[in-house]
Design a protein around this ligand. Structure first.
Ligand SMILES: [Zn+2]
Length: 114
């Protein structure tokens, strides 16, 4: 998705900016963090999990905060797909905002109307 604003005409930049805006995911469908998979042995004697990675996968959402340890929230299996979608939306939204910002920075450099 990386484009090079410096090599494009201002008209092309503004067109690209409109396109980017259209690809922005719905802003109420975002989640910052990453989905983590965990396998845990249950500890029952004789369970086959003792020889494997354990039962799972169980999913957790890990969210980091500046200066703090990451917070982990359990994600039930039935919420996994939607959680994954929201996490992907967050990354996409960030990429799009960054790309729009780079276009605006380039227009500013050119002393063009923003
Ligand atoms: Zn087990």
């Amino acid at each position: 998705m990386r484009s090079q604003p410096r090599k494009q005409t201002s008209v092309a930049l503004r067109r690209r900016r409109r396109q980017l805006l259209r690809h922005l995911p719905p802003l109420d469908r975002l989640l910052r963090g990453s989905l983590i998979e965990r396998y845990k042995p249950c500890g029952k004697p004789g369970c086959k999990c003792a020889r494997g990675p354990g039962h799972g996968p169980k999913y957790y959402l890990s969210v980091s905060y500046p200066g703090l340890r990451p917070r982990m929230d359990y994600v039930p299996q039935e919420a996994h797909a939607q959680t994954a979608e929201f996490v992907a939306n967050y990354h996409r939204a960030r990429e799009i905002l960054e790309a729009i910002s780079e276009i605006n920075r380039e227009l500013l450099r050119r002393r063009e109307a923003l």
